[in-house]
Design a protein around this ligand. Structure first.
Ligand code: HEM
Length: 460
């Protein structure tokens, strides 16, 4: 009984935030995984916000955790990153993404990580090397599926991104090696989260982990071969090989390969889910669709060369409404339900103490659905962004994180979303053939395929 008492009332040098530590060992993890609607604050968080207030304690994933939904506290946590708080994702993420994963390491390497990835994902890299490929691949892909009748938006964006990005990460593979790699990258997903309690889950987890192992093995073989032959290629692997040879490099072979794997996963998942959600919202809002069509048809009309693809100037200066739509989709989507940090020392916040070693989870959705920040927060209203500077990580908009660890793929995701919408609305009419409910458990899961039908726009 002493042990049970200690479980429910952990030692703390001050006053712990209110809350419940749940059942021994499993804490409140099962409740955390209960599916809920994707719009709004996740039910797990909302229920406790109502019961305990904006700062509450719990135990999830086997870790003593304080969850913050208070915008001021969230702001303070991110401001104190690398002093009072550091990255602290629960062990399950390490198991799924691999122990070599630099993203989940607590050491102070994200500046380095950002520097390396910016070469392909930063504005300059996107403008110089990526935009042309992305635009052509998207246009050709939409053209090729237009004749199929209906298609699954999410799946097609996944296929499209994996097909043109894999050679950017590792180029010059034999066709059979490349398709094996692509198959393994596509097979690694987090869909098993939705059936966390079913027996089939463990089959799905095993399959996902096996495909990760196989993808990593293919990458390892290529890396070894490149090291032996000193072969140089214009790809991200080459950048990492050069980094590996530098004195004091943060990378070793395992973490270099794991970074390529993580990027391939994030490129696919990040872009496909948000693009599908954008299409879902737009298809239900004729006013937004009409405004988008107007913007993109004007871009095409103003082009001297009608065959030319989207230019960087068009993306940056003529897609204002599209960017407003992207922001609104990302605000409502909250694809990352919680961001995890760890207190490195006892921290006093709002009269409570977060003891050293505890996980601190912040819920961006609490900020994105705060009526004091966004009027009618549940409404899909891109116009709310009119005239606002669309800063990606701010106290009021943290779809891509906030503070020092801002998402390195933010610009890429927005660009891919904009280009997909450009080709879809400027040249085609589309209608939803099969809608899908999207549930959060805790990541986005589509209950059905989100199918649309497209036909060449007569006004082209
Ligand atoms: C719409 C799509 C995306 C969303 C909503 C998103 C969201 C986020 C968020 C919220 C964080 C901060 C995590 C934290 O603070 O703990 C983050 C970090 C990160 N994201 Fe994304 N992401 C997206 C797309 C991508 C893509 C396409 C890539 C890769 C190419 C990517 C790679 C990363 C990496 C490597 C980090 C860690 C950055 C660091 O630690 O310095 N993300 N992302």
């Amino acid at each position: 009984s002493h042990w049970l008492y200690r479980w429910s009332n952990p030692k703390c040098p001050g006053k712990l935030p209110p809350g419940s530590m749940g059942f021994p060992i499993i804490g409140e993890t099962l409740d955390f995984f209960k599916p809920c609607g994707v719009e709004g604050i996740p039910t797990f968080v909302k229920k406790r916000m109502i019961r305990y207030g904006p700062l509450f304690r719990t135990n999830i994933f086997g870790s003593k955790t304080v969850v913050s939904t208070d915008p001021d506290v969230i702001h303070q946590i991110f401001r104190q990153e690398n002093t009072s708080f550091e990255l602290g994702y629960p062990d399950i993420f390490v198991k799924v993404f691999g122990k070599d994963n630099l993203f989940l390491k607590e050491v102070f390497i994200h500046k380095y990580l950002q520097k390396i990835t910016m070469q392909i994902l930063g504005s300059e890299g996107l403008k110089q090397t990526m935009l042309g490929n992305m635009d052509k691949a998207t246009r050709d892909h939409i053209r090729s599926i237009a004749s199929q009748g209906s298609f699954n938006v999410r799946k097609e964006v996944e296929n499209l991104v994996v097909a043109y990005m894999t050679p950017k990460l590792i180029s010059n593979l034999k066709p059979e090696t490349q398709s094996k790699l692509i198959d393994n990258l596509n097979a690694f997903n987090l869909d098993w989260f939705k059936s966390f309690l079913r027996l089939s889950t463990w089959k799905a987890v095993t399959k996902a982990l096996k495909s990760r192992e196989e993808a990593i093995q293919v990458m390892k073989d290529v890396l070894m071969m490149r090291k032996e032959t000193r072969e140089k290629q214009e790809d991200f692997l080459n950048t990492l090989l050069e980094e590996l040879e530098k004195d004091g490099s943060f990378f070793d072979q395992g973490s270099a390969i794991n970074l390529i794997f993580l990027l391939a996963f994030a490129l696919r998942e990040g872009t496909s889910s948000c693009t599908a959600l954008a299409v879902k919202f737009i298809s239900k809002d004729p006013k937004v669709l009409a405004e988008l069509k107007r913007e993109h048809k004007a871009i095409v009309d103003n082009r001297k060369d009608k065959e030319a693809g989207v230019s960087w100037e068009e993306y940056r200066h003529n897609m204002t409404f599209t960017n407003m739509v992207s922001n609104e989709v990302l605000r409502l989507a909250n694809t990352t339900p919680l961001l995890f940090r760890k207190a490195v020392q006892d921290v006093e916040i709002k009269g409570y103490t977060i003891p050293a070693g505890w996980i601190v989870a912040v819920a961006p959705s609490a900020v994105h659905f705060d009526p004091a920040i966004y009027e009618n927060p549940f409404e899909f209203n891109p116009w709310r962004w009119e005239g606002k500077e669309m800063i990606w990580g701010s106290k009021t908009f943290m779809a891509f994180g906030y503070g020092v660890r801002l998402c390195v793929g933010a610009e890429f995701s927005r660009l891919q979303m904009a280009i997909f919408l450009h080709h879809l609305v400027a040249y085609y009419d589309f209608s939803m053939v099969q809608d899908s409910e999207i549930i959060r458990s805790p990541f986005h899961q589509y209950t059905k395929d989100l199918l649309i039908n497209i036909s060449q726009s007569p006004t082209k």
